[in-house]
Ligand binder design. Sequence first.
Ligand SMILES: *Cc1c(COP(=O)(O)O)cnc(C)c1O
Length: 375
Amino acid sequence: MQNKQHFRPTKAIIDLQAIKQNICHLKEHLKPNVQIVAVVKANAYGHGDVEVARAAIEAGASMLAVATPEEALHIRKHFPTTDVLILGYSPSSFAEVAANENIILTVYSKDWVQQVCTQSNSSKPLKLHIKIDTGMGRIGVTSIETLMDLYNEINKSSNLVVDGIFTHFATADEEDDSYFNKQVTMFQQFIATLPKKPRIVHAANTATMLIKDPQLQFDAVRFGISMYGLAPSAYVKTKLPFPLQSAFSLETELIEVKQVEAGQSIGYGATFTATESSYIGTLPIGYADGLIRKFSGQHVLIDGKRVPIVGRICMDQCMILLPIAYNIGEKVTLIGKQKDEEITMDEWASKVDTINYEIPCIITSRVPRVYYTKQ
Ligand SMILES: *Cc1c(COP(=O)(O)O)cnc(C)c1O
């Protein structure tokens, strides 16, 4: 790995071996010839798109999925031959670049196809995956008539190829099956309508694969959150078919330790006041790093012990309450393990009333991602 030199001790440490391990476990549950699409949108859920994509390919993923044209181009620069699919919206003006770069686009509108035909001057084929909206209400065609209209429009142009068809589930991480089953039935009806099966039919996200309907693999599965070692929901976490290894740790070091007396306050607004003589440690991480002010009170690990963040979190720093006067430079783990203690992404998510997906995404780019691969 080419880890750059970083001076500030705050870093996210990404365990690429954990990512590979999670993919290898998933692979054992796949039928022969089912492709793994590694979902590396949003900078690989904040883990680093190129490094994660490389690890995923080494572990057996054969396709990469992103959300935007910019993400696709970034991936394409580093992976000249791997299939790359943009799951979300691409403007028709991007079609020419997509064809030249062999990037697969998601399509769901006949107007968009017509615009592409008038705008794109590429002589290369443009691969398209038709998106079916079976119940997410987000993007995708919602009726068989629209599907056939779109399909015929695409086939009018010799440069456009229906390479795939897919849908996305709204409730795959929940216990109740009824909405999910409705979506599956609808998707199967849509596929059956096509005169010719495209190369890749895909529907399953992580939760579908792990618990909801592990047999619903079609030609490819889209593996996102659990590739990073996180469960898609608390419900899925209780049903996991294999253990997940989380890949993301967040670490820093003590940069200052001071003793304060009872009555002395800490931070903006003086919202924390020591009730007895205490040690306060300062950490070089703040809300500009993604440690938003709502995390005040959250525990961090030092010397294998849990201690709380006290007072308001500043833009670049925050303060913690220490049991003893640790040395400057003592390692502090905000997410991850120390000795027998662990602070998980799930704990962070629940602290700020959200889902674990959101946490690595909100750790800003000021926090360098540092990679290691355990041998
Ligand atoms: C983000 C995304 C995924 C990945 O979902 P996970 O729950 O992380 O597996 C799959 N498909 C689509 C269309 C997505 O947008």
